[in-house]
Design a protein around this ligand. Structure first.
Ligand code: NAI
Length: 338
């Protein structure tokens, strides 16, 4: 069942914001890191999503401005802003979906792992908030390094006794979005008609596009495979270098995150056949967290789909990816346990 709006914004003075009576049913979504490069366009895209009735924007800076700005859009969702740790409880209470793009972004020359020292602490403290204030919410983790931040969130939830592996998803959708775009360019077709499964993780060689399983079925030359794999794995770096110090992918990431969130909400609503790639607690390989296709439903992840047949190149790449993934996961787990 779709949750109904329960109350008004605290201090709500205008009828426009007071929607407890006759409000359209919908989901409550919080974005943590909403004032950032990803957070702002993502907040805008969520404000136009008709599945959402309440949108909470949380950050440690600038949320009053972003909230005022976005709240003027004449769409259904009610927007409320929350600033700083003392308002995290208000931001999270009652949420169905929490999306986390909080943290610092890469600069040229940096790997996603270089972000670990700052972002690990941010994801840990925000996950503690989720465990306390909305332990049943679905959580989408965007903050890098995703390969480590998802295990960090899981460890926090385990400590708090709230861990449900079906409800924690690392967002790797941008890798799929990029793969669809680049493969469509090579095939000379519309990217909306292309579906490339991308498995493994979300950093360098852990990003494994399964080009043998592309839909529509397509054959690639070894040169095309090499070009496509390299471009998909390094798509993030392509943007970091082009932005030359001004950050990493934000607009395409917001688009990818919004698509992924939409799938999560449609699944929560009870729509059937929602399949996405995501980085999750997994038994698909011996590595404890792994990205692969999952079927989403009312309870979050309802089924982890098998990897399917891999060719020799993909099998070899998988072995290399697994090594790197294992050490990134260990680093995340150790960070919470220490
Ligand atoms: P940004 O620096 O523009 O924005 C980050 C926002 O997080 C800022 O507004 C900052 O104030 C906020 N923040 C910092 N500490 C916080 C805390 N404790 N609580 C709440 N908010 C906090 O960075 P951008 O470009 O938006 O990137 C955000 C993250 O997303 C980075 O870690 C980046 O590496 C990652 N990313 C992930 C991708 C993926 O595919 N999963 C793709 C692109 C970026």
């Amino acid at each position: 069942p779709i949750p109904k709006l329960e109350g008004d914004a605290p201090g709500c003075l205008t009828r426009a914001n007071c929607r407890s009576k006759g409000a359209a049913p919908g989901f409550k979504v919080a974005i943590l890191g909403a004032a950032g490069g990803i957070g702002q366009p993502l907040s805008m895209l969520m404000k136009i999503n008709p599945l959402i009735s309440v949108l909470h924007l949380y950050d440690v800076v600038n949320t009053p401005g972003v909230t005022a700005d976005i709240s003027h859009m004449d769409t259904g969702a009610v927007v409320r802003g929350f600033l700083g740790a003392s308002q995290l409880e208000g931001a999270l209470t009652g949420m169905d979906l929490v999306i986390i793009p909080a943290g610092v972004a890469r600069k040229p020359g940096m790997t996603r792992d270089d972000l670990f020292n700052i972002n690990a602490g941010i994801v840990k403290s925000l996950s503690e908030g989720v465990a306390r204030f909305c332990p049943k919410a679905l959580v989408n983790i965007i903050s890098n390094p995703v390969n480590s931040t998802v295990p960090i969130a899981a460890e926090v939830f385990k400590k708090a006794g709230t861990y449900d592996p079906k409800r924690l998803l690392g967002v790797t959708k941008l890798d799929v979005v990029r793969a669809n775009t680049f493969v469509a360019e090579v095939l000379g077709v519309d990217p909306r008609d292309v579906d490339v499964p991308v498995v493994g993780g979300h950093a360098g060689i852990t990003i494994l596009p399964l080009l043998s399983q592309v839909k529509p079925p397509s054959a690639f030359t070894p040169k095309e495979v090499e070009y496509l794999t390299d471009r998909i794995q390094n798509g993030g770096t392509e943007v970091v270098e082009a932005k030359a110090g001004a950050g990493s992918a934000t607009l395409s990431m917001a688009f990818a995150a919004a698509k992924f969130a939409e799938s999560c909400l449609r699944a929560l609503r009870g729509d059937a056949g929602i399949i996405e790639c995501a980085y999750i607690d997994s038994q698909v390989t011996e590595i404890p967290y792994f990205a692969s296709k999952v079927r989403l439903g009312r309870g979050g992840i309802e089924e982890v789909l098998p990897l399917g047949p891999l060719n020799d190149y993909e099998r070899e790449s998988l072995e290399k990816a697994k090594k790197e993934l294992a050490s990134s996961i260990e680093k995340g787990v150790a960070f919470v346990k220490k």
